[in-house]
Design a protein around this ligand. Structure first.
Ligand code: NOJ
Length: 514
């Protein structure tokens, strides 16, 4: 696997296309809306985008239920419009990851309809079917009662998302419907997925964020089968699209990176302790929490993956509560000082740069359930519908944050002390210092249970930068043998060194040359 050059200094912005910018007045965002905001994204300091699924879909799970992998959802535009988005991004030296959903389709997908037929056909084995209508595949929910054929079809997530068949790592001899990975059905599914990747990479996308990448091969306790499957995909990409970047929603970097992914997300689920930092009763960046278990797990993951490959840490995403639900004021600024100085590419969820809030009490939209409040329309300015859309307010895809003091991009950009400007400063410093970027090394210098600050050394070819973060209300100290030099970035008061001790003011963050 080669290292994708542009990931080295990539800073991502995640766009949930429904809610970003509506230019045709139907209450839902579109590709043209994204194009019109590319300069905004660039000005913030992001040079890459991950866009949630934008394919034709009945949208029972916001597009993670694909009906046609080859067609852009008409509500966002056409394939040509999408190609224009790719071109407009490349013109600005930006890159884009599409969201690949390989684990399941919509129950409206033509493959699934054919797979339900009584008569054997090309798609009979495209999904995981048992041979008994009353028996679901072990460990899965199932769709029953829709098909001519006898059997229950396993589902991956919601009931309308039948699971594609990539085979079983260890098929059970008494369950003949469990096919091995190298059976014709599973092999054809994988080839079909490669064709889909080929199609979009040829059209100009730069790679994929892969949905539920861990889930493809069944009965695969240690993920050995799934790892082998992704290695196979990587071989194909190395041959045909060596610069395609692959980022997994897996949450176990020691496994996904072996599979050939360039980066794996640390997320609100899985063993990473990500929530300790941002989303729990006492998050570290809220000022009274603990980062030590996160750091221990982070180091363990780095070791297990041989220091190769990247882990990426998002500010949030469309599946979790907004960062601003738990962290406020200085804490938000210091959270971003962390996110923008860690190895791996940072991901900023749209609206987090202005501290958009989780909107409480919404009914579920498109399978969002409690996630719906994190998917509300972007708040651009103080005009009608916060500048998101010209549609009547009751036609908006999701209701806007109703509060009078909801943050907007316009106000944030006009205020040099805003979170937006702090992030802009942090991204600029990251861009200027390779030591702070994706592949720079990291050593934790100070991280003690329930204590502050968090301090780590980032090392590039020609420089070393010590990051010191203290989101707590107390002045704190830590021992440091080196000598603290110029601050290339600072928020709050400066840290001071006396002999072997560094004193760190409350609510402060700094990147210091050493
Ligand atoms: C993870 C996606 O991020 C989430 O939004 C979706 O509902 C599930 N996978 C199912 O595809």
């Amino acid at each position: 696997m080669n290292n994708v050059k542009w990931l080295e200094n990539a800073v991502f912005y995640e766009i949930y296309p429904q809610s970003f910018n509506d230019t045709n007045g139907d209450g839902i965002g579109d590709f043209q809306g994204i194009i019109e905001k590319l300069d905004y994204i660039k000005e913030l300091g992001c040079n890459a985008i991950w866009m949630n699924p934008c394919y034709d879909s009945p949208f029972l799970d916001a597009g993670y239920d694909v009906r046609d992998y080859y067609k852009a959802a008409p509500r966002y535009g056409t394939n040509d419009d999408l190609r224009r988005l790719f071109d407009e991004m490349h013109r600005r030296d930006m890159h884009i990851l599409l969201d690949l959903v390989p684990g399941h389709t919509s129950w409206e997908h033509e493959w699934f309809k054919a797979s339900c037929k009584g008569e054997r056909n090309e798609y009979t084995d495209r999904y995981i079917w048992t041979d008994n209508t009353w028996e679901a595949p072990e460990g899965m929910n199932a769709l029953i009662g829709l098909a001519e054929r006898v059997g229950a079809c396993g589902v991956n997530f919601f009931s309308h998302q039948p699971a594609l068949n990539y085979g079983y790592y260890k098929p059970k001899p008494d369950k003949p419907w469990q096919q091995p990975m190298d059976a014709p059905g599973p092999k054809a599914t994988l080839e079909a997925m490669k064709d889909i990747m080929r199609f979009w990479l040829k059209l100009g996308c730069d790679g994929f964020r892969v949905d539920m990448a861990h889930s493809l091969v069944k009965n695969d306790e240690d993920s050995k089968g799934t790892i082998a499957l992704w290695q196979n995909v990587r071989e194909f990409l190395d041959k045909e699209f060596p610069d395609a970047a692959m980022v997994s929603e897996w949450g176990e970097p020691d496994k996904s990176l072996q599979g050939g992914f360039h980066m794996d997300f640390l997320l609100h689920f899985g063993p990473s302790h990500y929530n300790d930092l941002f989303r729990c009763d006492k998050p570290f960046f809220g000022g009274e929490g603990d980062a030590s278990e996160f750091v221990a797990k982070y180091l363990e993951n780095r070791k297990k993956s041989g220091g190769k490959g990247l882990m990426c840490i998002p500010s949030g995403n469309h599946d979790m509560y907004r960062l601003a639900k738990y962290i406020h004021g200085d804490g938000l600024r210091i959270s971003f000082a962390f996110l923008l100085s860690m190895p791996g590419a940072p991901f900023i969820y749209y609206g987090d740069e202005i501290g958009m809030r989780y909107v409480e009490g919404l009914y579920s939209v498109e399978g969002g359930y409690e996630r719906t409040g994190s998917r509300s329309p972007m708040q651009w300015d103080s005009s009608e519908n916060a500048g998101f859309s010209n549609a009547p307010a009751d036609k908006l895809y999701i209701k806007l944050d109703p509060s009078d003091d909801r943050p907007t991009a316009e106000a944030a950009m006009a205020d040099s002390g805003s979170l937006w400007h702090e992030i802009q400063r942090q991204t600029a410093v990251r861009m200027a210092h390779p030591a702070l970027q994706s592949y720079g090394d990291i050593d934790f210098v100070y991280c003690e249970k329930d204590k502050y600050p968090l301090a780590y050394l980032r090392t590039g070819d020609n420089e070393k930068i010590l990051v010191i973060l203290n989101p707590s209300a107390k002045t704190v100290e830590f021992p440091f043998g080196g000598s603290l030099g110029e601050a290339v970035y600072r928020y709050g008061a400066m840290a001071a060194q006396s002999g072997g001790t560094v004193t760190v003011p409350a609510y402060s963050a700094g990147y210091y040359k050493v």
